[in-house]
Design a protein around this ligand. Structure first.
Ligand code: DAH
Length: 347
């Protein structure tokens, strides 16, 4: 047994030389002096020896164990010193610029939306919000859409299966239902804008199934269409830095009477200088969206007396506004999620 002990010790010392890492060192320790290690195995045989043999072998065993432990500790210190030396010896180039985490930027639509909110806020408008999943009633009926109006068709509107509380639900097709929400249970004056995402079953180069609008609503005693025009001129002055002319073209929307398409004088024509303006294609006008005087039926749906109050409303596309601000040619680029495109915008 003494021979075996000595042989194991030699085997251990030989293996120790080849150990290069702390983990390997630990494994080696386990295989010799761990619970199931070979040296530990020998000590378990002590009981079978005579008293004298046990004394002698026990002594040897302890000596060898001590040597093994000392060798392990020594090698561990060596490995640690070597690692530390490697670390200290590493050459850092202190003239390199520091690594910065990548910085995100705002989406062009968010930038445009914030700019619009900021401008209208300064003009005295509150910001109102409504849910994306809207009561069909607020999206259509209360806005004076008749039950058979084509806009209600499933081809144009995303209908939500879940009829919570027995009510028909849709993804709102415009921000106009926020008009209903901001008038319900409230006495005018109401002066709000409602920016947000809207949804329609459209998908091509100029239409996305998800896009953004900003709604405006002003209701009080004696409000006229002249206020609408004046407010819009004031808006263009604040937003584009100079007052632009506003043009109203008769049009139809169920929730306004009279209704109008609202155009603004093209703010980019000047840039063209002699050639045809690429933004308005030489028309001189840019269509912003729809507008009009709030229909009495809408007032009745929300409990506002149309004999006492009048009001105007408008709804514009924000995406188009962002495309104008940044000269983005294709609507879809804005929703592709390509960071090479998105990185181009500063805020
Ligand atoms: N909601 C209409 C649409 O999405 C736009 C609109 C037209 C909004 C006239 C208005 C308005 O507030 O008065 O097509």
């Amino acid at each position: 047994m003494l021979d075996t002990l000595e042989a194991e010790k030699e085997r251990f010392l030989a293996a120790l030389k080849g150990v290069e890492g702390e983990e390997a060192l630990y494994q080696l320790q386990v295989s010799f002096v761990g619970k199931k290690g070979s040296i530990t195995g020998l000590s378990k045989k002590l009981g079978k020896l005579s008293v004298d043999e046990r004394k002698a072998f026990g002594k040897e065993l302890n000596r060898v164990k001590g040597e093994i432990q000392a060798a392990l500790d020594g090698r561990r210190d060596e490995l640690r010193d070597a690692a530390r030396a490697r670390d200290l010896g590493r050459v850092e180039d202190l003239t390199m610029p520091p690594k910065r985490p990548p910085r995100g930027s705002l989406h062009p639509i968010t930038i445009a939306q914030r700019a619009l909110i900021d401008t209208f806020r300064r003009m005295g408008f509150d910001v109102a919000e409504g849910p994306h999943i809207e009561h069909a009633n607020y999206n259509f009926d209360a806005l004076n859409f008749q039950p058979d109006h084509p806009a209600r068709d499933m081809q144009d509107t995303f209908v939500v299966d879940d009829r919570r509380g027995g009510e028909d639900l849709v993804l709102r097709t415009h921000t106009s239902p926020v008009q209903i929400r901001s008038m319900l249970g409230r006495t005018p004056p109401v002066r709000i804008i409602a920016p947000g995402t809207v949804f329609r079953c459209d998908d091509d180069a100029t239409h996305s199934p998800m896009f953004h609008q900003i709604e405006g609503l002003f209701v009080d005693r004696g409000v006229t269409m002249a206020d609408l025009k004046a407010t819009m001129i004031q808006f263009t002055a604040a937003f584009f830095g100079r007052a632009l002319d506003i043009r109203l073209r008769p049009s139809y929307f169920p929730f306004v009477e009279p209704g109008a398409e609202l155009d603004m004088q093209c703010p980019f024509c000047e840039r063209a200088k002699g050639s045809v303006c690429s933004v308005c294609k030489g028309a001189g006008w840019i269509e912003l969206g729809g507008s009009g005087m709030v229909h009495p039926a809408v007032f009745e749906a929300v409990g506002v007396d149309p004999e006492v109050y009048t009001g105007w409303a408008f709804g514009f596309g924000i995406d188009r506004m962002a495309m104008l601000m940044y000269q983005i040619p294709d609507l879809r680029q804005m929703f592709d999620g390509d960071v090479r495109f998105l990185r181009g915008f500063s805020n």
